[in-house]
Design a protein around this ligand. Sequence first.
Ligand SMILES: Nc1nc2c(ncn2[C@@H]2O[C@H](COP(=O)(O)OP(=O)(O)OP(=O)(O)O)[C@@H](O)[C@H]2O)c(=O)[nH]1
Ligand SMILES: [Mg+2]
Length: 451
Amino acid sequence: MMILDTIVAPATNIAQQALAIIRISGSDSFSIINKLLKKPVKRVRQVNFRDLYWKGQLLDQVVITCFIAPSSFTGEDVIEINCHGGILVTNKILTTLINSGARMALPGEFSQRAFLNDKISLIQAEAINELIVAKNEFASDLALRNMSTKNNLGFDKIKNLLMDIISRIQTSIDYPEYDDIEGSSDQELNLALESLITMVSKAIFRSNLANKSVSGIKTAIIGETNVGKSSILNCLLNEDKALVSNVPGTTRDLVEGQISFNNITLELIDTAGIRNTKDFIESAGIEKTFQILAKADLLIHVFDSNSFDYQIEEKLLSALENKTVVKVFNKSETLTSDRKKQIVKKYPEAVFCSALNNDVEQLLDKIQSKYNVGDILKSDDLVISNINQISLLKNIENKLKIAYNNFKLGFTADIINLDLYEAWTDLNNLIGESYEEEIIDNIFRKYCLGK
Ligand SMILES: Nc1nc2c(ncn2[C@@H]2O[C@H](COP(=O)(O)OP(=O)(O)OP(=O)(O)O)[C@@H](O)[C@H]2O)c(=O)[nH]1
Ligand SMILES: [Mg+2]
């Protein structure tokens, strides 16, 4: 892709604020900015204080920071203008720069140029975007880790081992007369393939966990009527968001909210309590509960500690199958210790809470333990959180498994290498070493304007 245009975009919101940043990138950056200056800036790496003019009229007093290609974020000549943050001022400067020859950038186009000019890998580009949208500490730690160096050590480990295996097999194809090439015995290849597959599988496991933590866990609060679901939602959100009353069937529509704690973000949905009812609107609400339940990653299944009947309806029971469920007994402040023991005996994994007393600690601890990302950033092994990148990793795992099977079945080396080469291509797609233009365009268009 030829990069000809010089692009411009605000890197901060256009809003009433103290300062705003406007960014220009491309080979005409200096000639364009100098059209707005009585005293031109030189094409050297420096910071300048200047008055900006258009047709003799003063626009603003600004600070201009100059970056010279290739030592800039995009790898091109870049100019950053720190102007005053008024909506009118920022827009006027932007329009003037466009009238002077710059083109308004597309969302993510600065990052795309950085990638195309080989300044950052695709893993880094995604990490920068993820840092901007990070909802919790883990998300920002992971993003910082993946954006900080172009050579992702975890990625390199996988790539080096795959390259090593391919070249060992290739040597046995090219030089069939040598059957004693180091590392090329069946046993050694078997071991190497097994450890490569394990490496990739573990990376997928870690990355799936990271994805959940980073993108927010879709969490539905479900249970019978009047058990305190809406009260728990309000307590978690620290806000009286959902209507609470002692009339069973209070909640009919879904109520949503988001909380982040430690390494986790929950996208919470409070649902209509499940019971047999003739009320048409309530039935429709319950139907919605089942739809949400099917889509949720995590279910907070609420019981009333005082109810003696914990029979779960057949329909609900089958909907709960294969789901991550936390059973929580609410109104626990009313429990006698004997009763509590009975419940624990029947449901050893249950936790207790009292929305009335704002006591939801056990519930949060339980959720935390189910999505424990604890140590996964401690080593330099590969962890990514982007769903498209994870699906590429799964493709790689599949192809490695096919190659391994073919190897076990005694297929010839060239057939085994065929799938290994495909895995190699996918691996390179992960960092963007080989790519299709359209795919790359799609990736970057979801970034912020000015990034
Ligand atoms: N004692 C006690 N009462 C509670 C507690 N949590 C909720 N309640 C009461 O239980 C009743 C029902 O609470 P809701 O939060 O509306 O229950 P719900 O499960 O959302 O009910 P539906 O929307 O009808 O399905 C209200 O009177 C609450 O004040 C608790 O921890 N202890
Ligand atoms: Mg409710």
